[in-house]
Design a protein around this ligand. Structure first.
Ligand SMILES: NC(=O)c1ccc[n+]([C@@H]2O[C@H](COP(=O)([O-])OP(=O)(O)OC[C@H]3O[C@@H](n4cnc5c(N)ncnc54)[C@H](OP(=O)(O)O)[C@@H]3O)[C@@H](O)[C@H]2O)c1
Length: 351
């Protein structure tokens, strides 16, 4: 009996994904996420540029080993996957090195800073036969999933107008204050989440127009505010406004999709579906539509604040089951392509 328990334990341990976290700032969100499902994953190492940061992080999160040497970490056989929580200009080289070393990769957004780099990452994942997921965690917010399903299932007919906003105060520091390393300003950093969402919910973007400005953060050489208009391949129009310069405390991030048969609003992470006849809450929609019931069950007990936890868990599930993540690297490349178009339209060529 004891023997059977030991064997079961061994098997359980063998199946756990052994993760190394790279970076020690936003990486704390990944550590917090991973701590919620210890039966599936274990953080075995952390790597940061600064020794003191790596050591303090390891102590705080009870990680057995820390290093400042990324290449040495990649040589370790007891690491199955790396989570890259590092400046944007390091996403491509660190991802490619990890894939070549036979590791699965969860890379923070944006996938890279150029299409050439993104393509090299996709090719490296393919040739290594390893999973590459980019952390577009807004895909793990109940209201966004409901909106995507409503559009896919034809509930609103043909989408013809989408509006989104992301307004907050954020002081860009470190690599974010360097347009070369960040890949631009607010659009390449926070905006790429929304460009991915619009692509996922409404459809592929055909063309963009954009203007950008700097209103609060004169120390950066890119925009802290932008107004973007989009035309989608399916003919729908879109508008997205984004700023890090808001003089106010309450983050504003509504999303609206208007279709020929109905309208979707996502506010405070929840969806409302309405037509001229009336409105349906998510619970009312779930009474009518079995798929909506399933989505609500999936998100029961979670809010939009849990999206990183859910996306990290999804990555770990995919590594364990060898399934392709819901967010494909091709879609992450597409979000980057649109962000680069926006940069161009704002006159940020070459940043
Ligand atoms: N999904 C989201 O909602 C979300 C939110 C925030 C950030 N992010 C993403 O997370 C990533 C990191 O952002 P952040 O806010 O954590 O940036 P940050 O505060 O500038 O921290 C960057 C981290 O990378 C580490 N680093 C830099 N160069 C390194 C190297 N050569 N080897 C190992 N570690 C290195 C730094 O180490 P030291 O501290 O030791 O210098 C630091 O811990 C970015 O891609 C960002 O877009 C995503």
């Amino acid at each position: 009996m004891l023997c059977a328990v030991v064997l079961l334990r061994l098997e359980f341990n063998m199946q756990r994904v052994r993760v190394a976290l790279i970076g020690t700032q936003f990486a704390a969100q990944h550590a917090a996420a991973l701590s919620k499902f210890p039966e599936k994953a274990q953080v075995v190492a952390v790597c940061s540029r600064t020794e003191a940061h790596a050591r303090a992080f390891a102590e705080k999160w009870n990680v057995a080993s820390w290093t400042t040497d990324y290449d040495a970490l990649l040589r370790r056989e007891d690491v199955d996957a790396v989570h890259l929580c590092v400046p944007h200009d390091l996403h491509a080289p660190m991802t490619i090195a990890a894939l070549h070393a036979g590791k699965h990769v969860l890379c923070e957004k944006p996938i890279a800073l150029t299409i050439e780099d993104a393509d090299a990452m996709l090719a490296a994942a393919k040739s290594a036969g390893k999973i590459l997921m980019v952390n577009h965690n807004q895909r793990f917010v109940e209201g966004h999933v409901m909106a995507r399903e409503c559009v896919q299932r034809g509930l609103i007919g043909a989408p013809f107008l989408a509006t989104a906003a992301f307004h907050m105060f954020h002081l860009p520091q470190g690599f974010r204050a360097d347009a070369q390393r960040n890949g631009g300003g607010v659009v390449m950093d926070s905006g790429v989440h929304w460009l991915d969402l619009l692509n996922w919910i409404v459809g592929e973007v055909a063309s963009v127009q954009a203007v950008g400005g700097r209103f609060a953060h004169h120390h950066i050489t890119a925009e802290d505010t932008a107004v973007i208009t989009l035309q989608f391949k399916n003919g729908a129009l879109g508008q997205f406004t984004i700023t890090w310069a808001m003089n106010g405390k309450t983050m504003f991030e509504p999303l609206k999709v208007l279709g020929t048969h109905g309208t979707l609003r996502v506010e405070n992470d929840r969806l409302t579906f309405e037509t001229r006849e009336g409105k349906l809450s998510p619970a009312e929609l779930a009474e009518r539509e079995p798929w909506a019931r399933e989505v609500l069950q999936r998100f029961e007990g979670f809010t939009g604040r849990d999206s990183v936890r859910l996306s990290v868990e999804h990555f770990i599930d995919c590594v364990q089951s060898r399934q392709q993540p819901l967010i494909t690297p091709e879609e992450a490349r597409e979000a980057l392509r649109v962000a680069l178009r926006v940069n161009e339209a704002m006159g940020l060529r070459g940043v």
